[in-house]
Design a protein around this ligand. Structure first.
Ligand SMILES: [Zn+2]
Ligand SMILES: [Zn+2]
Length: 437
């Protein structure tokens, strides 16, 4: 039978067997964020196109090539003026929401985190999806370099906590908009790139005028050869940016967080200022960035708010899972139920049903047979669901007032009176539940 539909190219279903891994990552992230004083925020999956034009930059790849438009399909002619797109990154929507609801006025420093799907039209390849998932944080309201340190430390702490260790932190400062800072560097960089323009790819020849820093990011071989000898931004920082960067480095040193200075690191978005960083993992191949972020002191003003500095990161959950795999972390699996009620005779039906709901009410994950199969088939099914206990109810049991309990783990079997069964199962499981958390 040929299936009529498949998940769209570049997307992935996350199946029940994978959920334990996802929940480990998401719940560890929530826990870390809480420890660092960050609260969760959730924004719509689609936003006004202008939000990203304004922040990521009209000339960025994201805006020019990678966004999905959203419109009411049947009315698309009437909706030509509406410009909604699926969220291609996490920071701008959060900044938009904080501004819209006045949260930046209520608190001098707002710290939030999100876990959200991100949509980008990409050529699908290993480690690159058209819908992927990110967990990220934003800390908005302070210029302190120690806040940059905190953001990097949270990322570090989180990845270590889920067994995604082995990454390298690349660190750079791309300066500020002060005319003796990035604009001066930009000029020097343009002059250098022009001297070797013929060696650059077509995209970079265009970027040379619109956004020369992006050339540093280009993966084309010719461009990388040119970039190798290019001047680097840290040599052109203004006094303030230079001091800021020194304090960030010192703060990381004091926490024992190792990093490598990388003068080519610029990140793909226009709104970054000063500190930028990427956590890369050598085992991930071409798409090796697991987590990336930086400071964005101009972003809030760009969206019409007061000049408010901020810093944050986004982390790809799929890539964290790949790193766990590459590190040979044991894949987490969860059983479906703790207890299964096998019904060996129709006379047991009523009691089985009652017992089912009593066990569930006691917090025990329980299921029953609904297919009227043989006892043997029911036992096999219970085993597939990972049930620790199978409770068998048949004619003998009904007549003598007991349940036959089989402990699938210990391969033991015994008889338990009706009125004791719920507490016995609950007690036996509580040991396991305690050790689980
Ligand atoms: Zn500066
Ligand atoms: Zn290039």
């Amino acid at each position: 039978m040929a299936l009529k539909f498949k998940a769209p190219r570049g997307t992935k279903d996350i199946l029940p067997d994978e959920i334990a891994e996802w929940r480990l990552v998401e719940e560890s992230f929530r826990k870390k964020c809480a420890q660092y004083g960050y609260r969760e925020i959730r924004t719509p999956v689609f936003e006004d196109l202008g939000l990203f034009e304004r922040t990521a930059g009209e000339t960025s790849d994201i805006v020019q090539k990678q966004m999905f438009a959203v419109m009411p399909y049947g009315l698309r002619q009437q909706f030509e003026d509406e410009r909604w797109v699926l969220r291609p990154e996490g920071t701008a929507p959060v900044a938009r929401a904080l501004l819209e609801h006045g949260l930046l006025q209520q608190l001098p420093l707002v710290k939030v985190f999100y876990i959200a799907p991100i949509f980008r039209y990409e050529r699908p390849q290993a480690g690159r999806l058209r819908q992927h998932h990110q967990c990220g944080i934003e800390a908005i309201g302070s210029l302190s370099p120690l806040l940059d340190v905190e953001v990097i430390a949270l990322g570090f702490d989180f990845l270590m906590s889920v067994g995604a260790n082995g990454f390298v932190i690349n660190l750079n400062s791309i300066g500020c908009l002060n005319e003796n800072c990035r604009p001066r560097y930009r000029q020097v960089l343009i002059e250098y790139l022009k001297s070797r323009e013929a060696e650059l790819c077509e995209d970079c020849q265009r970027r040379l005028q619109t956004n020369p820093l992006r050339v540093l990011d280009c993966k084309e071989e010719g461009c990388q050869a040119v970039v190798k000898d290019a001047p680097i931004s840290v040599d052109f920082l203004c006094q303030d940016c230079s001091e800021h960067f020194e304090t960030v480095k010192k703060g990381l040193d004091e926490l024992g967080i190792r990093y490598e200075l990388n003068g080519r690191l610029v990140r793909g978005l226009d709104y970054y200022t000063r500190t930028v960083f990427e956590f890369v993992h050598p085992k991930l191949g071409a798409q090796s960035t697991v987590l990336g972020g930086g400071r964005y002191d101009g972003l809030i003003a760009e969206l019409g708010g007061a000049l408010t500095p901020g810093v944050g990161f986004g982390c790809g959950i799929e890539r964290v899972l790949l790193v766990r795999q590459a590190n040979s972390q044991t894949k987490l699996e969860d059983t479906t139920v703790d207890a299964f009620i096998a019904i060996a005779s129709p006379v047991a039906e009523n009691l089985a049903q009652k017992l089912l709901y009593e066990l569930r009410a006691a917090g025990i994950r329980t299921d029953r047979d609904y297919l009227g199969r043989s006892l043997k088939a029911q036992m096999r099914y219970a085993d597939k669901l990972g049930a620790r206990f199978v409770l068998i109810l048949g004619e003998d049991e009904m007549r003598d007032g007991f349940v036959t309990v089989r402990d699938m783990q210990k391969s033991e079997q015994w008889r338990e009176p009706f009125d004791k069964i719920v507490s016995t199962i609950a007690n036996a499981l509580s040991e396991r539940i305690l050790t689980k958390t």
